[in-house]
Design a protein. Structure first.
Lengths: 373, 188
């Protein structure tokens, strides 16, 4: 009972409804009685929070009201917009300058759920997959590329139906592991992005249709197969896939598509396990950007030691790669399905004694962009 | 600039929760945000949520009498929505690159930090409200959110008079306060 009286008093105080005399007594009491003051502070905090809450609620109700009304009127559309006119307008406005913008990692400070940070579901907040989503602008580029490509190859066109360039909504990386059956390995999370078509594109910009044949979110590996008949067989893999873990401190390089051309990156193995000591992954000290998901990680002997998967969101230069041994287990699992039982890695490790530049030259033909829409 | 003058009026309108102003803000910006969200893996519902959130951020700013919008209202809304959406995508373990952007973006980090804090206490209150049960919930909502008079509430909730309703309201408030602080401590 006394508490409700106090709440009443505090509420009137908060609303400025006290008479001068009452206010005087109230302030006196607060000054002279620390316990009372403490209680007032607590009540004030609560009352003000409640008022604020009520205010927000009113605003929300108002917003909903407006929204409902406008959508009934048809002023705001409830069906998906194409956004094409915006594209043209903005394209005209900013042209190429935007394209130069650096790939700035978004420094979104992940709110620290301190207590729950031990649980693995928090993983989602701290590590970030490296698939790059393409904006309309890239699509626009593609169209240009497409037209240029058409001009260039106009004379070579034999097929009555020309092959249009396929638009894609994201870009990641993958690499060939079986040249006989055209199996390519990439990250499982990359395939989450595919709604319709899966496309594989080489460094020359040639696109081929592909299908997903194996996806394992557990170790974030996926295997896809180029199904396109136009795809010309390429020679045996120049690198072998390492069955054992890479050594701590081992120098490695990566090739991937954080942009529309192949990009080289280097670093070293900085830890034997991944995020929260996940033994499927190892940790690299290197820089990786969106689009690097699925990039091969190769050591100086030309052995494939990992597949780039994600990076730490809160610190720079911490990249996680799936250990290459997982590729073998993925393949073994995949063989259990009848259509895929003939998958096998045919490699002629010719990179062992070659210098880095030669290694890159050899490897890059086996690294593909993984795209899709 | 003429534009800025108009923005200022709209903001004042928003601060007083004026319906026409809110309508105008929606009409001028909603499609832009919907496009942003739809083109980045979001749904129409996501767009509506994000837009509402940005309105709350903006409202918070507009309430401050010293606030001066240093960019166009459109730019501010776009920046807030983009940031909010990126955060949401990140939480869903999706990621879109920030390499190219058509629109100008201004830094809104501070505003969003404030919003996040507000949202946190807002959530606490909401949970306390959800636990308090009837008739307390309706009664408190009628008084604090709908701003009904005690007399009105008394007749609506069949109390004999306004004083009775008021006593009941304070009993409910005491309960809500307990729940609120219990939730609050849980969070800490």
């Amino acid at each position: 009972m006394e508490e409700s009286l106090l709440l009443d008093t505090v509420e009137r105080y908060s609303n400025g409804e006290m008479s001068a005399q009452e206010l005087f007594h109230f302030e006196e009491m607060r000054k002279n009685n620390a316990e009372f003051d403490q209680m007032v502070v607590e009540h004030l905090f609560f009352i003000q929070d409640l008022e604020k809450y009520a205010d927000f609620k009113r605003l929300k109700n108002r917003l909903n009201e407006v929204e409902d009304q406008l959508s009934e009127e048809g002023s705001i559309s409830k069906s998906p917009l194409t956004g094409k006119s915006k594209l043209v307008y903005l394209w005209g406005k900013h042209k190429r300058t935007i394209a130069v913008a650096a790939t700035i990692a978004i420094i979104v400070s992940v709110s620290c759920f301190l207590i729950v940070s031990i649980f693995s579901d928090n993983k989602q907040n701290n590590i970030r997959p490296l698939v790059e989503k393409l904006k309309e602008q890239d699509v626009k580029y593609k169209r240009l590329e497409n037209q240029i490509g058409k001009l260039k190859s106009a004379s070579e066109l034999q097929a009555p139906i020309e092959k249009p360039r396929l638009e894609s909504k994201f870009r990641a990386t993958g690499f060939m592991i079986d040249v006989d059956n055209n199996y390519i390995i990439t990250n499982a999370h990359v395939l989450d992005e595919v709604k319709n078509q899966l496309i594989v594109e080489n460094n020359k910009g040639e696109q081929y249709l592909a299908e997903s044949v194996y996806v394992n979110p557990e170790n974030d590996l996926a295997i896809i197969k180029i199904t396109d008949r136009d795809f010309k067989k390429i020679p045996s893999l120049p690198f072998s896939i390492k069955k054992t873990d890479a050594d701590l401190g081992e120098q490695v390089f990566m090739l991937g598509y954080p942009k529309q051309e192949i990009v080289y990156g280097e670093g070293y193995i900085s830890a034997q396990n991944g995020y929260q000591l996940d033994p499927i992954f190892c940790q690299l000290s290197t820089l990786a950007n969106e689009g690097n998901s699925g990039s091969p990680v190769i050591n100086k002997n030309g052995e494939l030691v990992g597949v780039v998967s994600s990076k730490e969101a809160n610190s720079e230069g911490v990249v996680y790669a799936i250990k290459s041994s997982n590729i073998y287990s993925a393949i073994n699992e995949m063989r259990k399905i009848k259509e895929n039982e003939n998958i096998r890695i045919t490699s002629k490790p010719i990179l062992r004694k070659t210098d880095r530049v030669t290694q890159i030259k050899k490897v890059q033909d086996y690294v593909f962009m993984i795209k899709g829409n | 600039m003429n534009n800025n003058g108009q923005d200022k009026i709209l903001l004042e309108g928003l601060a007083s929760q004026n319906k026409e102003s809110i309508e105008l803000i929606y009409k001028a910006n909603y499609k832009m945000i919907q496009n942003l969200i739809l083109n980045n893996k979001g749904t129409i519902d996501d767009a509506a949520d994000i837009f509402q959130e940005s309105m709350i951020v903006l409202y918070e700013k507009a309430l401050n009498p010293d606030f001066i919008l240093t960019c166009q209202l459109k730019t501010f809304i776009y920046s807030v929505c983009k940031r909010l959406w990126l955060k949401k995508l990140q939480q869903q373990q999706r990621f879109i690159s920030q390499t190219d952007d058509f629109n100008q973006v201004v830094s809104v980090d501070e505003d969003l930090d404030l919003y996040k804090k507000r949202q946190a206490s807002f959530d606490i209150m909401e949970q306390a409200m959800a636990k308090i049960g009837e008739p307390c919930k309706s009664l408190l909502e009628a008084y604090y959110i709908e701003r009904k008079h005690m007399q009105e509430i008394a007749s609506e909730f069949s109390y004999t008079n306004a004083d009775n309703a008021k006593t009941q309201k304070y009993k409910c408030l005491v309960r809500l306060k307990k729940l609120f602080f219990a939730e609050y401590k849980n969070l800490k």
